[in-house]
Write a protein that binds this ligand. Structure first.
Ligand SMILES: [Ca+2]
Ligand SMILES: [Ca+2]
Length: 159
Protein backbone atom coordinates (compact mmCIF):
# COMPACT_ATOMS: atom_id res chain seq x y z
CA UNK A 1 0.00 0.00 0.00
CA UNK A 2 2.72 2.38 1.05
CA UNK A 3 4.85 1.43 -1.92
CA UNK A 4 2.04 2.34 -4.32
CA UNK A 5 1.52 5.68 -2.57
CA UNK A 6 5.21 6.42 -2.76
CA UNK A 7 5.29 5.52 -6.43
CA UNK A 8 2.41 7.84 -7.14
CA UNK A 9 4.06 10.64 -5.16
CA UNK A 10 7.30 10.13 -7.04
CA UNK A 11 5.41 10.20 -10.33
CA UNK A 12 3.72 13.49 -9.41
CA UNK A 13 7.04 15.02 -8.37
CA UNK A 14 8.65 13.98 -11.65
CA UNK A 15 5.78 15.53 -13.63
CA UNK A 16 6.10 18.78 -11.65
CA UNK A 17 9.85 18.87 -12.30
CA UNK A 18 9.34 18.28 -16.03
CA UNK A 19 6.72 21.05 -16.22
CA UNK A 20 9.03 23.45 -14.36
CA UNK A 21 11.89 22.63 -16.75
CA UNK A 22 9.65 23.29 -19.76
CA UNK A 23 8.45 26.61 -18.31
CA UNK A 24 11.98 27.80 -17.45
CA UNK A 25 13.22 26.80 -20.88
CA UNK A 26 10.40 28.73 -22.59
CA UNK A 27 11.12 31.82 -20.53
CA UNK A 28 14.80 31.52 -21.36
CA UNK A 29 14.10 31.21 -25.11
CA UNK A 30 11.73 34.18 -25.10
CA UNK A 31 14.19 36.26 -23.12
CA UNK A 32 17.03 35.33 -25.47
CA UNK A 33 14.97 36.23 -28.56
CA UNK A 34 14.03 39.59 -27.11
CA UNK A 35 17.54 40.32 -26.04
CA UNK A 36 18.86 39.51 -29.49
CA UNK A 37 16.35 41.79 -31.15
CA UNK A 38 17.15 44.60 -28.73
CA UNK A 39 20.85 44.10 -29.28
CA UNK A 40 20.57 43.95 -33.01
CA UNK A 41 18.88 47.33 -32.96
CA UNK A 42 21.39 48.88 -30.57
CA UNK A 43 24.40 47.76 -32.58
CA UNK A 44 23.11 49.20 -35.80
CA UNK A 45 22.00 52.64 -34.67
CA UNK A 46 24.40 55.12 -36.20
CA UNK A 47 22.53 58.31 -35.61
CA UNK A 48 20.10 59.56 -33.03
CA UNK A 49 18.42 62.71 -31.86
CA UNK A 50 15.04 64.35 -31.58
CA UNK A 51 12.57 64.09 -34.45
CA UNK A 52 11.93 67.79 -34.96
CA UNK A 53 10.02 67.86 -38.24
CA UNK A 54 7.79 65.52 -40.24
CA UNK A 55 7.96 66.18 -43.98
CA UNK A 56 5.54 63.43 -44.98
CA UNK A 57 4.92 59.74 -44.37
CA UNK A 58 8.36 58.61 -45.47
CA UNK A 59 10.61 61.59 -44.74
CA UNK A 60 11.44 63.32 -41.47
CA UNK A 61 14.10 65.39 -39.76
CA UNK A 62 16.15 64.26 -36.79
CA UNK A 63 18.08 67.17 -35.30
CA UNK A 64 17.48 68.96 -38.63
CA UNK A 65 19.03 66.11 -40.63
CA UNK A 66 16.69 64.88 -43.31
CA UNK A 67 16.10 61.14 -43.27
CA UNK A 68 14.31 59.15 -45.97
CA UNK A 69 12.87 55.84 -44.82
CA UNK A 70 14.41 52.89 -46.58
CA UNK A 71 12.28 50.79 -48.98
CA UNK A 72 8.89 52.21 -48.00
CA UNK A 73 6.99 54.79 -50.01
CA UNK A 74 3.98 56.72 -48.76
CA UNK A 75 1.67 58.83 -50.98
CA UNK A 76 2.80 62.30 -52.04
CA UNK A 77 0.99 65.49 -51.07
CA UNK A 78 -2.40 65.60 -52.79
CA UNK A 79 -2.55 61.85 -53.24
CA UNK A 80 -4.93 59.59 -51.37
CA UNK A 81 -3.46 58.40 -48.09
CA UNK A 82 -0.95 61.23 -47.76
CA UNK A 83 -2.44 62.70 -44.58
CA UNK A 84 -3.06 59.32 -42.94
CA UNK A 85 0.57 58.33 -43.37
CA UNK A 86 1.85 61.72 -42.22
CA UNK A 87 -0.43 61.64 -39.18
CA UNK A 88 0.86 58.24 -38.10
CA UNK A 89 4.43 59.51 -38.32
CA UNK A 90 3.52 62.64 -36.38
CA UNK A 91 1.88 60.65 -33.61
CA UNK A 92 4.69 58.11 -33.33
CA UNK A 93 7.68 60.37 -33.88
CA UNK A 94 7.25 64.10 -33.53
CA UNK A 95 9.40 65.42 -30.66
CA UNK A 96 10.29 61.84 -29.74
CA UNK A 97 13.65 60.12 -29.68
CA UNK A 98 14.61 59.12 -33.22
CA UNK A 99 17.25 56.51 -34.00
CA UNK A 100 18.48 55.63 -37.47
CA UNK A 101 19.86 52.35 -38.73
CA UNK A 102 21.41 53.57 -41.97
CA UNK A 103 20.82 51.31 -44.96
CA UNK A 104 24.21 49.72 -45.62
CA UNK A 105 23.16 49.18 -49.24
CA UNK A 106 22.36 52.86 -49.79
CA UNK A 107 25.06 54.62 -47.86
CA UNK A 108 25.55 57.45 -50.29
CA UNK A 109 22.06 58.68 -49.52
CA UNK A 110 19.58 59.59 -52.22
CA UNK A 111 19.76 62.20 -54.97
CA UNK A 112 18.48 64.84 -52.54
CA UNK A 113 21.35 64.14 -50.15
CA UNK A 114 19.14 62.53 -47.56
CA UNK A 115 20.29 59.66 -45.40
CA UNK A 116 18.33 56.47 -46.02
CA UNK A 117 17.51 54.00 -43.29
CA UNK A 118 15.13 52.46 -40.82
CA UNK A 119 13.93 54.92 -38.20
CA UNK A 120 12.96 53.96 -34.66
CA UNK A 121 10.75 56.44 -32.81
CA UNK A 122 10.90 55.82 -29.08
CA UNK A 123 11.93 52.30 -30.01
CA UNK A 124 9.15 51.67 -32.55
CA UNK A 125 10.27 50.65 -36.02
CA UNK A 126 8.57 53.28 -38.19
CA UNK A 127 9.12 51.53 -41.53
CA UNK A 128 7.42 48.47 -40.13
CA UNK A 129 4.59 50.47 -38.51
CA UNK A 130 3.76 52.13 -41.85
CA UNK A 131 3.62 48.76 -43.60
CA UNK A 132 1.54 47.18 -40.84
CA UNK A 133 -0.97 50.00 -41.07
CA UNK A 134 -1.18 49.72 -44.87
CA UNK A 135 -0.01 53.31 -45.25
CA UNK A 136 3.04 52.58 -47.40
CA UNK A 137 4.15 50.30 -50.20
CA UNK A 138 7.58 48.77 -50.78
CA UNK A 139 9.75 50.33 -53.49
CA UNK A 140 10.68 46.99 -55.00
CA UNK A 141 13.34 48.49 -57.27
CA UNK A 142 15.51 48.99 -54.17
CA UNK A 143 15.05 45.44 -52.89
CA UNK A 144 18.25 44.27 -54.59
CA UNK A 145 20.45 46.82 -52.86
CA UNK A 146 18.79 47.44 -49.51
CA UNK A 147 20.07 45.97 -46.28
CA UNK A 148 16.48 45.54 -45.11
CA UNK A 149 14.91 43.49 -47.93
CA UNK A 150 14.78 40.41 -45.73
CA UNK A 151 13.07 42.11 -42.80
CA UNK A 152 9.63 40.70 -42.06
CA UNK A 153 7.89 43.94 -43.10
CA UNK A 154 9.65 44.06 -46.49
CA UNK A 155 10.32 40.49 -47.50
CA UNK A 156 6.85 39.53 -48.78
CA UNK A 157 6.96 42.56 -51.11
CA UNK A 158 10.51 42.05 -52.36
CA UNK A 159 10.58 39.38 -55.04
CA1 LIG B 1 6.60 59.23 -50.97
CA1 LIG C 1 22.77 49.58 -41.12
Amino acid sequence: MNAIKNKRLLFIIIIIIIVLIIISFSIYVLYKANYKQENKKQDNIEFEGVVNHIVDGDTLDINDNRIRLSLVNTPERGQEGYMEAKKLVQSLCLNKKGEVDIDDGQRRGDRYGREIGVVYCDGINLNKALMENNLAIIYSKYCDISEFSNEEWAKPHCH
